[in-house]
Design a protein around this ligand. Structure first.
Ligand code: AHR
Length: 353
């Protein structure tokens, strides 16, 4: 996965070609303002399809965040910042404000700043994939953080170093199992609604797939009567739920693909005269303080965690990569289910964000 410079024996002609290409590489890196990358990125040739960009040291780290709009994202941002500070790195930060167009522009700008390594948390799976290939062609190694890109468009171990993040599909399965339990078990007959996240984002795709698949096999009598996006946003979750509860007044459950939408949904259910936790069971994903407090108040049945404190794993991966270690395609952040009934929500509360 990680090739030292000129490892193989080469003919005189091949060596000559490499020397010429390295010369061009130095010129290209120099002309874009970064001489350091020419030495720390070894055999990478700008403009080529170099398989994995080698890295022998790093100081300047670029970080492309897709949005800063809720407790989860602020906790993730703080984790990246504190690990960068602890490691003595210079951190160049951007915030795409929930926009693919903005994030594509941000990443292209960061590439022009010639960082030693680029960290990207993509808004959606497809839109940012080309910029990952652009970074590789500019000899800048990329670590994908939290949300994945479409791996048929950009591949770990070739186009980027690794993906560091949670198993969103498993989170969806855990959420389904918790909601099935809340509604009375696998033989229950009931209808529910699902509030989905940002369309085209990896958590929305994978949490939805995990939840829907598990529900269909483990409790086929529980039917999803509506699936609607609320863009991982609290206010949108509230307004979408306000409409859905008028259309489907007899639902017994709500699965919100993140806590923000779940909290918004609980507000809307209460405004509609429902008693969340009694006549309607709610399950969501993240592990925010606000949602855990709703679990402890008995208004939400369970929260599946999605740990946003990814900084330690990301910077460990960067250090390992610099040392030349082989990295897996995916470094998984483990998650858990928190409920009131078994004391896990109370125990987790001090760590909630
Ligand atoms: O990508 C992680 C998800 O994005 C979190 O569940 C959510 O709160 C955020 O918007």
């Amino acid at each position: 996965m990680h090739f030292p410079l000129l490892r193989r024996k080469q003919s005189l002609w091949t060596n000559f070609s490499v020397v010429v290409l390295l010369g061009l590489s130095l010129v290209a890196c120099g002309s874009s303002g970064g001489t350091a990358s020419a030495s720390i990125h070894g055999s990478c040739v700008p403009g080529s399809n170099t398989k994995e960009v080698p890295l022998t040291s790093a100081h300047k780290v670029a970080w492309s965040q897709n949005a800063l709009d809720g407790a989860w994202r602020y906790a993730e941002e703080a984790s990246i910042e504190s690990q960068a500070t602890a490691g003595g790195y210079q951190l160049l930060k951007t915030n795409a404000n929930d926009s693919d167009d903005q994030q594509v522009q941000d990443i292209e700008n960061l590439i022009n700043d010639r960082p030693d390594v680029l960290l990207v948390d993509p808004y959606t799976e497809d839109a940012e994939a080309k910029t990952i290939l652009d970074a590789r062609k500019a000899c800048i190694p990329v670590i994908i953080v939290d949300r994945d890109v479409n791996e048929s468009l950009a591949t770990p171990g070739r186009d980027f170093v690794t993906f560091v993040g949670s198993d969103f599909q498993k989170q969806g399965v855990m959420a389904a199992d918790a909601l099935i339990e809340a509604l009375g078990g696998p033989t229950t007959k009931a209808t529910i609604v699902e509030l989905t996240g940002t369309t085209g984002s990896s958590p929305a795709i994978l949490r939805g797939g995990g939840f829907d698949g598990e529900l269909a096999t483990a409790a086929p009598g529980i039917k999803i009567v509506a699936e609607q996006t609320a863009n991982f946003d609290r206010a949108t979750g509230q307004s979408v739920m306000a409409t859905l509860i008028q259309q489907y007044p007899n639902i017994k459950g709500v699965f919100a693909q993140n806590d923000e939408m779940g909290i918004g949904a609980i507000t809307a259910l209460k405004a509609a005269g429902k008693k969340p936790g009694q006549d309607i069971q709610v399950v969501s994903i993240d592990g925010t303080k606000d949602a855990i407090n709703l679990v402890l108040a008995g208004e939400e049945y369970a929260v599946v965690s999605s740990n946003p404190r990814l900084g330690p794993l990301v910077f460990q991966a960067l250090n390992d990569y610099i040392k030349g270690q082989d990295l897996p395609a995916w470094i998984v952040q483990p998650d858990h289910v928190y409920k009131k009934s078994d004391g896990t929500a109370q125990a987790y509360l001090p760590d909630a964000f």
